[in-house]
Design a protein around this ligand. Structure first.
Ligand code: SAH
Length: 218
């Protein structure tokens, strides 16, 4: 994502009741921030937040949290949520690297990764959000049987992710290299990037994976 500095974005985020700027303070207590206790679903790197806004409107029985590293992007999601006021949707400024400091074991039941940065150079592979290092983190914050859903237009990243997830001992429940012409597309909610890339003719890849059921001894 091209990052522009948005003047005043930090102040605007701090003033919103839909944005959490010190997420480490809520470790183990995320549910207290929503009107009702319900399963918590997380999107890591939600960008402008459109996917979660639509999901939260469609599924009032789920609490959604979008996390984003950059204030300049997060502010756009927060602005929109200030207009929409969906009670089951919050956003946090958080680097995915910090996720285990911000989330307790098993606190999240589903993780969405949509159009995550590909980090194409081999030496940056561990920064990919589907690398083994991140899967270790997801192992901790998801309960046994917790679900990861991943969409991307980047076929190299998709191939890497399928291999990384399998090697990590998780189960791939579904995969497609062309989501929009697949049965997996039923009920699909598009993200901003998905709309842009599919309009340019890029097929969209999607996988659904389940966390392994036995914890590794670390
Ligand atoms: N999910 C959105 C945006 C995809 S772009 C969509 O599909 O339209 C990827 C987003 O992930 C960017 O907004 C980027 O700032 C964010 N991001 C990248 N690395 C991150 C990290 N380590 N932690 C949190 N967010 C991250």
């Amino acid at each position: 994502m091209r990052l522009k500095n948005v003047p005043g974005s930090r102040e605007e985020i701090a003033a919103s009741s839909y944005a959490i700027i010190a997420p480490e303070l809520y470790r183990g207590r995320w549910q207290t921030l929503y009107p009702g206790k319900q399963p918590l679903h997380l999107e890591i790197g939600m960008g402008k937040g459109r996917f979660l806004q639509e999901m939260a409107a469609l599924h009032p029985e789920i609490n959604y949290l979008g996390v984003e590293k950059y204030s300049s992007v997060l502010v756009k999601a927060v602005r929109k949520q200030e207009e929409m006021g969906l009670p089951n949707l919050l956003f946090a400024r958080m680097d995915a690297e910090e996720i285990c400091n911000c989330m307790e074991e098993g606190e999240v039941s589903r993780i969405y990764l949509n159009f995550s940065d590909p980090w194409p150079k081999d030496r940056h592979a561990k920064r990919r959000l589907t690398s083994d290092r991140f899967l270790e983190r997801y192992d901790r914050i998801l309960p046994e049987g917790g679900i990861l859903e991943f969409k991307t237009d980047n076929e190299d990243l998709f191939a890497f992710s399928l291999e990384s997830i399998r090697e990590h001992g998780w189960e791939i429940l579904a995969e497609t290299w062309d989501l929009h012409h697949s049965s997996l597309c039923e009920g699909n909610v598009m993200t901003e990037y998905e709309e842009k890339f599919s309009a340019q003719g890029h097929p969209i890849c999607k996988l659904v994976a389940r966390r392994r059921t036995v914890r590794r001894v670390v």
